[in-house]
Every structure is written in C-alpha cells, then in structure tokens.
Write a protein that binds this ligand. Structure first.
Ligand code: MG
Length: 256
C-alpha cells in the first residue's frame, strides 16, 4: 500500500537541515543576481554553479527529463519555467524561482517570487506578492503537531479568497526530504479529504501558487512551462518545514 506520510529519523533530519539551508542560500543569492539584460539560461547556469559550489546538485535537472537546473517562471508563467538563451530579464518582470538541491541524498526545495528591479509598493502585483507570501506563513503556522494537512490547506485557501486571487489546483505542496516528492500532498485548497495527521519528524514543502485572475492554467508545448489561462500574473512562495512537538520549524529560512 502507498504510504500516506513519512516520518523522518533524526539522522535524516540532520541531512535535510543541511540541504534546506543550502537551498535557502542559493535562492537568496539568486534573487540578488537576477538583473535586467541577463538571459534566463545564463541565470539557470549560474544557479547550477552555486549548487555545485555548495557540494550539491540540482534535484530538478533530469527529474522526469526536466532540462533546467532550477525553474524560472516569468510573469504569467506559474511554475516549471525553463531558462532560455533568447529570453532576458526585463525591468518590472515578475519572476518566480524554484530551487531544488540534492545534497548527499537529502533534498532542499524552496521558491520565491519578486520583481526585477525591486518589488512595487502598491498595485495588483504588490498585492499578489504580499498575499501569496502571507498565505505561505499562514500555512506554516497551521503545520502543528495534531493538526491535519487539511488545516494547512484551509488557511492558505482562505488567505487567497480574502484577496480574490485564483488558487492553482493542478500543482500542490508535498512531503519532501529524502526524495523530491514524498507523501502527503499538501494542496492549497480544501477538498473532502482531511489528509494525514501531522506528526513530529514530518517534513513538508508548503507552496501556495496564486494568480491575479483565473485559477485555470495551461501547459506550453515544451511539456513543462505552466502559465495562467488568462495571461495574468502568478506568484509562488515555498518553504520546507519540520513538524515538531511544538511550533513548526522553517528549514529554508533566510540565514542572512
Ligand atoms: Mg516543491
């Protein structure tokens, strides 16, 4: 029978801590490196270089034949965008980067969205970024021992609804740690299922993906790039967390 969830041993958690700390560092360094005029392919190669300088490698490259080191999704692209030699970052682009690192067999997976040249303070892009990130932290706060996956999904969906944002349904958060995708799934919306109860040692990647317009998405002919059906902007924030006896611990926290 397929497992419903995985509880990681303290030894595994030690390895996962190192991988997630490395992923967080790569993510934050990349945010600083992204400047107007750089091709997304060049950015992808830099990401690969930073990961190997940390002693790791991309957990995405080659996964189901994914061709990139990281996922780089621009503007109406939701997730799984691929760095391209003919696409450059432009001032004002909304970019979502998703970093997955494999460090000695342990996985760190984290994502964030930002605007090239600096995040706006007002307007709908600012709202999208703000609410999606808030939903991530709301979801994390619900990842308490004794709660169910449902409680995380509920608060994330509520946060989106309060700002009338579309919640992507095809892609969801997930267990993570010794494989990129482990049970359980962590949807950003509720369904009839409560999902497993949260127990200390569970490691989850919580990752709201919200759209300014419709929740509907399409996939490009490249088989990877997911974009909004109405061409409106999308944002994506992801942290990995460890469920503990007490408050959840954010493993991909910024250490800067
Ligand atoms: Mg993920």
């Amino acid at each position: 029978m397929k497992k419903e969830f995985i509880v990681h041993s303290s030894e595994e958690v030690r390895g996962i801590r190192e991988a997630t700390a490395a992923a967080a560092e790569v993510r934050d360094r990349l945010k600083i490196i992204a400047v107007p005029g750089m091709t997304t392919k060049e950015f992808d190669s830099i990401a690969g270089g930073i990961m190997s300088s940390k002693g790791g490698r991309s957990a995405f490259l080659g996964y189901k034949n994914f061709p990139g080191q990281i996922c780089i999704s621009l503007n109406d692209e939701v997730v799984h965008g691929i760095g391209k030699p003919n696409v450059i970052f432009r001032h004002g682009d909304l970019v979502s980067i998703d970093v997955g690192i494999n460090l000695g067999g342990f996985i760190g997976d984290t994502a964030l969205s930002f605007v090239i040249g600096g995040n706006p303070e007002h307007g709908e892009t600012a709202l999208l970024l703000d609410v999606t990130e808030k939903a991530l932290y709301a979801g994390i706060s619900a990842a308490k021992c004794g709660n169910c996956v449902y409680d995380i999904s509920l608060i994330i969906e509520k946060t989106a609804k309060s700002a009338k944002l579309g919640v992507v349904r095809e892609y969801v958060g997930h267990g993570c740690g010794t494989s990129l995708h482990e049970p359980p799934e962590v949807p950003n919306f509720v369904s009839g299922r409560k999902g497993p109860k949260l127990r200390p040692g569970m490691v989850l990647a919580i990752e709201p993906m919200f759209n300014l317009g419709t929740h509907l998405v399409t996939t490009d002919p490249d088989g990877w790039t997911v974009r909004t059906k109405d061409g409106k902007l999308s944002a994506h924030f992801e942290h990995m967390i460890l469920v503990t006896e007490n408050e959840p611990e954010v493993l991909t926290w910024r250490k800067m």
